[in-house]
Write a protein that binds this ligand. Structure first.
Ligand code: ATP
Ligand code: MG
Ligand code: MG
Ligand code: MG
Length: 477
């Protein structure tokens, strides 16, 4: 009989038919009950072993972690949790697992420990749930854009532009390390690293994305992005995935509507398609919170938070209005925010963002019209001469999840801004061409995919929502 996945099997009514399941042993109790899992769901199928008629040597090889192929009869379950069991007629060991050495014991492991064995953590319920949710979110992102006629545009990973100086870029090199090219001063000539050209790994596909939008109208990218973030935060990775739509004939309000619509669409999609996993993750958090003092526990469960996000409009206000709120706020009893000292013009720190979202508005917030000094050169300048048509979306527990803007389409304004901050115009001649030939109002944003997965799974560390996290000193698996 053909292999059936456990998720489908658990939804089948017991009709005494023969089935075949394959998976990995989670537990084996009393020489009789195997909990088998194949990653299609967190629920295990219970295999009932006829131990009296099973070879002793084979029984010994049914250990936690071993891979099995089980043929048997689907019957009504003996236990309470599930509707069906498989009464084994034939068990084949596909791969042994030494119980003395297998790192995943049938108990709760800490996330820190599981990060050290990231190559095996896929086999736990928590990571099974996380990566199935991540998969659904990625699919939903594509579905959202495809339904609206956006073109999925693949932007390069290796590039000579560092796109705005968005972050520290990793250099790309194919240099012969034993025979490095030198400048006249004897220093290594990094300008030659990529076949004689200085290049780096992309920090954003935006500038290239704009080129696509200036012909195809609506495009999006969805690919890996690299930043040499040499810091250890729970929100930054050296390699992360970013979704960057870019739309012709959009203004800032259209841009915000699209971003809010996208976020709600994909969260809703995950709630509909991954209910079981999200309920599991919700319970996981509730269990975790039991050890915290009452006042530190969150007011809403994960499931309630996601639902709340869908049912409420994101709060929209300007940076200037946000500063006014922060000035008057007292985050803790005695001290006011540092803002009173730094004043208008400073970038918001995550404590300010979190205050606005979690304490003041208690919902997602879109901040617009930031001071031009703290934003990139390509953002459209407002008439006040001080601010640009930028928008950041801030989420509870996450902080910044989206950064975007209406782009500066006026050639003189763009060139003047580049001169002001010293961005060489000749290097970006191709970018400026889009303003020379049929430039038009357009806008776009970048959504950090892992920050989205963090929000939907309720996890606390970005390293736990990407299969193979890249951060300082971590690149092996
Ligand atoms: P932050 O202020 O959190 O460092 P940023 O303003 O530098 O973010 P942008 O250049 O605006 O980031 O990138 C767009 C989005 O990409 C961000 O809103 C965020 O969701 C995500 N992002 C940025 N840097 C990282 C990173 N190192 N790891 C994971 N996601 C990131
Ligand atoms: Mg950053
Ligand atoms: Mg930022
Ligand atoms: Mg940003």
């Amino acid at each position: 009989s053909q292999r059936i996945k456990i998720k489908a099997l658990l939804q089948t009514t017991p009709a005494e038919q023969e089935v075949n399941v394959k998976g990995w042993v989670r537990t084996f109790r009393n020489n009789q009950f195997i909990a088998l899992n194949d990653g299609s769901t967190n629920s295990n199928i219970q295999i009932v072993v006829d131990f009296q008629n099973t070879d002793e040597a084979l029984l010994k090889r049914i250990t936690t972690g071993a891979a099995l192929s089980v043929t048997g009869i689907l019957v009504a379950s003996l236990g309470k949790g599930q509707a069906v069991d498989v009464k084994a007629t034939n068990i084949e060991i596909l791969g042994d697992s030494d119980p003395e050495k297998y790192p995943l014991q049938p108990k709760k492991h800490s996330l820190e420990f599981l990060r050290e064995i990231a190559h095996l953590r896929f086999r736990t319920n928590t990571f099974g749930a996380i990566f199935r949710v991540r998969n659904s979110l990625a699919f939903a992102v594509h579905r959202f854009f495809q339904e609206q006629g956006f073109v999925y545009l693949h932007t390069p990973v290796i590039t000579a532009s560092d796109a705005e100086g968005a972050g520290e870029a990793f250099k790309v090199t194919n240099l012969d390390l034993d025979n490095l090219p030198r400048t006249e001063n004897g220093e290594i000539d990094y300008k030659q690293d990529f076949f004689g050209r200085a290049t780096n790994l992309t920090v954003s596909g935006q500038l290239e994305g704009e080129l696509g939008a200036m012909a195809l109208s609506d495009i999006y990218t969805f690919g890996p992005t690299f930043r040499a973030e040499n810091s250890n935060t729970t929100r930054h990775l050296a390699e992360f995935w970013m979704i960057e739509p870019e739309m012709a004939f959009y203004d800032l309000a259209d841009n915000m509507d699209l971003a809010e619509g996208l976020l709600k669409y994909v969260i809703n999609y995950a709630l509909e398609h991954n209910r079981e996993d999200i309920e599991f993750l919700t319970q996981r958090l509730l269990d975790e919170e039991k050890s915290k003092p009452q006042q530190e526990r969150s007011e809403m469960s994960l499931l309630e938070k996601l639902q709340f996000c869908l049912n409420n409009n994101f709060e929209r206000l300007t940076y200037t209005q946000a500063i006014e709120i922060l000035k008057d706020s007292t985050p803790n009893k005695k001290k006011k925010f540092q803002y009173l000292i730094e004043g208008w013009g400073a970038d918001l720190q995550s404590e300010h963002e979190r205050y606005l979202v979690e304490k003041h508005f208690k919902k997602p917030v879109i901040l617009t019209d930031y001071p031009k000094e703290i934003k990139s050169f390509y953002m459209r300048q407002n008439d006040d001469g001080k601010t640009v048509a930028a928008m950041d979306i801030l989420f509870p527990g996450i902080g910044e999840i989206v950064g975007g803007s209406q782009r500066e389409e006026r050639l003189e304004k763009l060139e003047q801004r580049m001169d002001e901050i010293g961005i060489p115009k000749d290097e970006l001649w191709w970018y400026l061409d889009t303003r020379r030939f049929g430039g038009c109002p357009h806008a776009g944003f970048g959504l950090g995919f892992e920050r989205l997965v963090l929000f939907v799974t309720g996890m606390g560390n970005i390293r736990d929502v990407i299969p193979f996290p890249r951060f300082p000193k971590n690149a092996e698996f």
